[in-house]
Design a protein around this ligand. Structure first.
Ligand SMILES: Cc1cc2nc3c(=O)[nH]c(=O)nc-3n(C[C@H](O)[C@H](O)[C@H](O)COP(=O)(O)OP(=O)(O)OC[C@H]3O[C@@H](n4cnc5c(N)ncnc54)[C@H](O)[C@@H]3O)c2cc1C
Length: 526
């Protein structure tokens, strides 16, 4: 298929908002899952951070973002995003998102950890994500300039002479599906995060880092991939992905206790349960590692009000036989958000001509080493709008020459166990607590898979896993969400963002493989 359309890959907030902003320009939106499914956006419970309340300011919002980002937030970018928040909330209201209002009709704002003011715009308690997705989906469906292709996954980005030429797609769920090529000179990747690379995650299965991988494989520069945020309170009831107990519960006074009923966060941080996410995640992880278990206790703070105040969390608990009004909820840290991603400038442009990236797959510099709660939906909306504006100023009408897709061998039979191993290794070796030895082992394994696997989906997952593990290995300090046992302190001389490429990650892997084989005793040949 050859098109003069802008092609957007991803049907979450970033992708749909960008498509709507580009109207009436012709756009094709490709999504692996039908809209409303397979997107983290639909699962967002807290809401969108926006300094819209009296007495709050974009400057205060940006200062909180910078404080949480552990020295790596680009302050100009954070302030720019905070300043555009009001305008993007108005856009969302226009698209039909029914944000909660107070008795005076003003937007109601909630509080979340590490925000110095009440500034989380929400919908019916914890329903923000669902409401955003249903409003945007409805708006997209009635916009004639937007063509929608659901059920197809992008598996390769085709580039010629350093510029984007198109995409290779494949139908989802059909083992024998043949790849389809779509030619385009303007591609926006809005494929979400990488949580599903981990065995324990809050992200949907579609968040397997494929967008990041295909950009890296086409040569795009990647930024800060080592920084992965773990949500401290995923509900552990044997589900994959794990349902989330939103941070807002702790904002309402729910506490974290161990099996003995002790509030373990009191000893770890003055803000206890409302400390930054990475600190709470490590606290929960430590209780687990010590065999004491971790539970979120909302009995006193919410009790009988639980079901009405947090219907989504309540439903997840009740389905697992836990009544959160009367029982503590078992929780564990889970891969939740990727601060790193495809490196983009202030317009969402990547290092590859014709490739833009928005939402969680991108790295704008707004989150640094740790994300402030509810800043991601805001960033997705702000950059989706900026990308649309940037593309509007660029003539990309000329259809691209139909690019040649590489012929791919497919070996789907071996994918399930290999995928399971990869995810297990990400959790155990590249997880909440890291060290050089385990990271090196992971780098070597992912590099082999990324090079040798005949399964393109697995190879893409391994590519993203390799980028995360290699950069985590190379960052010899602890900073924000990146915590290394062998380098427990933050090192001021390393307070800079990472920019890397797949070639650089492969080089790290090659050096580590050489080092490991030099250490392996050689058999004595008589
Ligand atoms: C449980 C949960 C709760 C959260 N709560 C909040 C919150 O309250 N506030 C906040 O700011 N952030 C929150 N976040 C983070 C936030 O939801 C995400 O960062 C944000 O929604 C990402 O939007 P996106 O458009 O980039 O990606 P997504 O919404 O994840 O959409 C990605 C889209 O890309 C598609 N896709 C993926 N790969 C491919 C491919 N290869 N080919 C074709 N299509 C593909 C998917 O099917 C999907 O349509 C939460 C995340 C989770 C998981």
């Amino acid at each position: 298929m050859n098109t003069d359309h802008v092609v957007i890959v991803g049907g979450g907030l970033a992708g749909l908002f960008c498509a709507l902003k580009l109207a009436p320009r012709p756009v094709t939106v490709i999504s692996a899952a039908p809209f409303g499914q397979g997107a983290s956006t639909a699962w967002a419970q807290g809401g969108i951070a926006a300094a819209v309340a009296d007495g709050d300011s974009a400057e205060a919002h940006a200062a909180d973002t910078v404080a949480v980002g552990a020295g790596l937030v680009d302050e100009t970018i954070a302030l720019g995003i905070a300043r555009e928040a009001g305008a993007r909330i108005l856009d969302l209201l226009r698209y039909g998102v029914p944000f909660d209002r107070d008795l005076e009709g003003k937007l109601a704002v909630g509080r979340e950890a590490a925000h110095s003011a009440r500034r989380i715009v929400h919908v019916r308690g914890d329903m923000a994500g669902k409401a955003i997705m249903s409003a945007l989906t409805a708006a997209v469906r009635v916009t004639p300039s937007i063509r929608v292709i659901e059920g197809f996954s992008a598996e390769a980005l085709l580039a010629e002479d350093g510029a984007v030429a198109g995409l290779q797609l494949r139908g989802v769920g059909d083992v024998n599906a043949r790849p389809v090529t779509i030619a385009s000179r303007a591609v926006v990747l809005a494929t979400g995060g990488i949580g599903h690379l981990y065995a324990v995650t809050t992200n949907p299965a579609e968040a397997g880092g494929i967008g990041l991988a295909i950009a890296a494989r086409a040569g795009a520069v990647i930024a800060d991939p080592e920084f992965v945020q773990f949500h401290p309170t995923a509900i552990m009831v044997g589900r994959d992905p794990a349902p989330l107990a939103t941070e807002a519960l702790r904002g309402e006074g729910a506490t974290l206790i161990n099996e003995k009923g002790e509030r373990f966060m009191l000893a770890r941080h003055p803000l206890a349960e409302l400390a930054p996410r990475d600190i709470v995640a490590r606290g929960v992880f430590a209780e687990f590692a010590a065999g004491r278990g971790a539970f979120l206790d909302a009995r006193e703070a919410l009790g009988a009000r639980f079901a009405k105040a947090f219907p989504t969390v309540d439903a997840s608990c009740i389905a697992a036989g836990i009544d959160p009004a009367k029982q503590p909820i078992p929780v564990a840290p889970a891969a939740h958000y990727h601060m790193g991603g495809i490196a983009v400038d202030a317009n969402g442009r990547s290092s590859l001509k014709g490739l833009w990236a928005g939402g969680e797959v991108s790295c704008t510099g707004a989150h640094g080493a740790n994300r402030l709660a509810s800043n991601s939906l805001l960033e997705a909306a702000v950059y989706a709008a900026r990308i649309a504006e940037d593309i509007a100023g660029h003539p990309v009408n000329a259809p691209a020459r139909m690019p040649m897709a590489p012929v791919e061998r497919q070996d789907r039979a071996m994918s399930a166990p290999a995928e399971k191993n990869l995810r297990a290794m990400m959790t155990s070796h590249v997880g909440v607590i890291r060290d050089g030895e385990h990271l090196a082992e992971a780098v070597r394994m992912f590099a082999c898979l990324e090079r040798d696997s005949g399964n393109i989906a697995l190879r893409n997952m391994a590519t993203s896993a390799l980028l995360v593990a290699a950069s985590a290995w190379a960052r010899r300090e602890s900073r924000g969400a990146h915590c290394r046992l062998d380098y427990p302190a933050e090192r001021p001389e390393l307070a800079r963002r990472t920019t890397t490429t797949l070639a650089a990650a492969r080089q790290i892997a090659a050096a580590l493989t050489e080092r490991a084989s030099a250490r392996t005793p050689q058999p004595i040949i008589a």
